[in-house]
Every structure is written in C-alpha cells, then in structure tokens.
Design a protein around this ligand. Sequence first.
Ligand SMILES: [Zn+2]
Length: 492
Amino acid sequence: MSTNRTPRRRAGLALAAALTAVAAFTAPVSQAAPATVQKPSPGAPGLGDPMFPLDGNGGYAIDRYYLDFDWQAPKTPFGATTTIKAHATQALSRFNLDFGGNTLHSVTVNGAPATTSRSGDELTVTPKSPLAKGSSFTVKVAYTADPTQTRHRDDAIEDYGWIPTPDGTVVYPQPNGARLIFPGSDHPSQRAPITFRITTPGDRTAVANGRLVSRTERPDGRVRWTYDSEQPLSTQLVQLAVGKFTVVESEGPGGLPLRDVVPDALVEPTAAYRSLTPDHLQWLQERLGPYPFDRYGILVGDTDLGVALETQTLSLVPKADLLGTKVDAERNMVHELTHQWFGDSVALKSWSDLWVSEGHARFYDRLYSEQHGGENFEALMKAAYKAHDQWRRDYGAPAEPTEPNLFKRMRYDGSALVLYALREQVGDATFQKIERAWVSGFKGRTAGTQDFIDLASKVAGQDLEGFLRPWLYGAKTPPMPGHPDWVVDPAT
Ligand SMILES: [Zn+2]
C-alpha cells in the first residue's frame, strides 16, 4: 500500500519540485502564477474501495482509452500500446495506473519519457514536468502483452483475465483483471470510452465492445480492426476477442442491431438458443424500459469457463451454457442481458454495491425462467430465505461482502431475496416504478446502495431506510413481509 518510498520515486518527486521551482523563477513577473495554484502532489494510488483499496487511481480522470494490440497467435506474447487521454483533477507530481504482469517497455506523458516504477499492480508514473490541475494530458504505455495471464478466485468467478481459446482469446476482466490486459483505472466506478485497434492474421476476426468502425487489410496480409465502445464503460466490462469467428447479424425489437460472435463450428449448434435474444429483450424492456445501449449480442466462448460475463454490449457466454437445456440457456442469457441495465449502464460505485447488479440479474433471470419452464420463483425465494442467516454468517450481509466472499451466493440468490422482500413490502406496481426510475435516472452513471435506498423511498413515498438497512446490513434476516410462515434456519 505504501509504495512511495523507493529511491527512484523520491528522485522523481525531487525532480518535479525542482522543475516547478525553475518554472516559477523564469516566469515573467506579470505572468506570475496566482496564489491559488496548487503545489503538485502525488495522485492517490487507489480509490480506497473497502475490498480493493488500491483499485482505481486518484488525481486524474480518464477521458478515453486507445488500445492497440498487434495480436499474433494463441498464447503468444504480442506488442501492445495503451494511450490514455486524461485530465488532472489536482496538480500532479506523479500518478498511478493499475497494471499487472506483462513486460513494460516505456511510458511517455505528453510525448516526453516519464520515470516509472512498479509494485504489485501499481504502476507509478512521474512525468518530466508536473501536471497542472485541470490540464489535459496524454499517457502512452508501450508493453509486450502476455495473453496467458489469468488469476483465480475461489468464488463464482474462478479464472479471470485473458482466457485462451483454441484459435485465439476472449477476456474475462471481472472483477479486477483488466489490468492484465491494459493499464488504466481498474475500478467499476471509473468509466471511459474505448477505441480498440486490433491487428490480426488474415484468417482471424477481432471483436470488441461497441461498433465496428473499420476493417482494413494491410499489404502484408494482416487485418486491422477498429472498434468504438460508443458509451463509456468500466474496465471490468471490457471485451475483446480474437478467433475464427462468424459474426451473425440480426435485429432485435425496434430494429436494435444484434450481432452474435460465434466460433465457426458452433454457429449451427447454438443457433436456436441465440435466436431467443429478441424475446429476452422484449420481455426485459416490458419491465425495465428501453435497452440502454446501441447494440447487443452474444460472444460464444470456446472455453471451459464456468461462468458467463456481462461484457458491455457483447456478453461472453461459454459454449456449455448454449449446448445444454433450453431452460438453463435462457436463464444464463437473461442474466447477462439484465446486467446491461444493472451493472453496465448503471455502474457500481463500489464493490460493496455488487448486490445491486447481481441481485437484479438473478431476480429477473429467475422470474423469466419461471414463466418459461423453469423452477417456481417463490419456492426459490423461500429456499433462499431459509438459508439467509447462514449466508449472512458465511458470506456477509448482502451489502457487506468481504473480499474472498464477494461473488458468493449471497450476492446472487441472497440479494434477489432483498428485492423480493422490497416487492412484497411496496407492492408490484410500486416496485416496477422503482426499477424503472433506477435504470432511467442513473443511466450511464454510477450508483450505490444508499442511492438505491433513497430512490426506493422517494418513489414509494415512504421511508424505506428502516426496512432495507436490516435486510442489507443486519446480522439477522428480518421477517418476510406477507409470509409470516417463512422461517430462517439458524446459522451453524
Ligand atoms: Zn451476474
């Protein structure tokens, strides 16, 4: 955490201070800096998230990423450059990027070589000259990317980072694996648009979040693919994939462009389930209002990955999810699609707010499933209620996860149960109003647990603080409104 004691960084600071002094000395008297000009100081190495305090960075905000990948072959290192356009929110002597693994070659700030040091996942960059508060700047990081880097969690996530496939790669950045792919501000509250420029051999297709801007064949036979994310996104929701893909284009409700990205051999076997996306969109839009982005689609992962991921506008769904039963396939597809509203369009303020996005995704995937041949929704909620004290003890209350228990069942079934309780408390009509107010009011923004409590109270016209707080933070599960006969098993 306190990584600012290396001699190199001290040298950087001293240099920055010296340069400031020189600048002040040589400025003509009439242009002397006003007294309010801030003295440059280091940007914070992290945002202080309760679970991942060093994730994200302080002192600046990112306006856009440009990711250049010169992709070569599966599991093969390749040349990469990340260019970040940012603006300083304080006078900066130095700042940090989240970056893990890979081989760093050089960093420039506004074209001038910068001093760097690395410690854990923190890359500290000391520009040649300090950056004034409010000033725009450009950081360019050149590195060799290692597309075999993964990390592991002992919860629902399992392996994350780069996920190799037989003929290419997909990525699974959640929760904080984007730093293995590119340097940046790797926290869900930090959103910026991304331009992807991926060069591949001529027999591969590259895809990424958002819109294909251009596909250019080069004289050497390689192809350059440019994508624009269109909307800003959190790093944990980045998708970029390379493989022998067929891009299957169609239309959803209202002419929404749909594009599924499917390994060639899986196009036909997954076609029937993939064709259900328009129905899922229709069903969710009836409940939540308009789909929040300009396009959608499924990237079929040719991997043994156990879980799907709501990568923005292009959900990663492992092939096994689309080769089993219809009920299972639809439940998974609706889950990831629901996240486009909850977690993607309305982003997490902190990791403690994960219950909002996973709770909603689970709530709607089960509700849909019940109406389409799956299990009874109320029976599932009753079972979750029974286990809730045990989950509180093992995994923390819904809005009080601990780092190792972040993606455990409490954030899924246990948090869907909180929404079920809210619906029982305020009635279905008011609950739907709360849901719509949330996704429309916070569209394209970040929001947290307190925002949800405040909004629910406002829409319902009653103070729900006293109702929701014990559900979200208490050690004991409160009584379920409307179900006095429901019982909680004691935690053991
Ligand atoms: Zn989910």
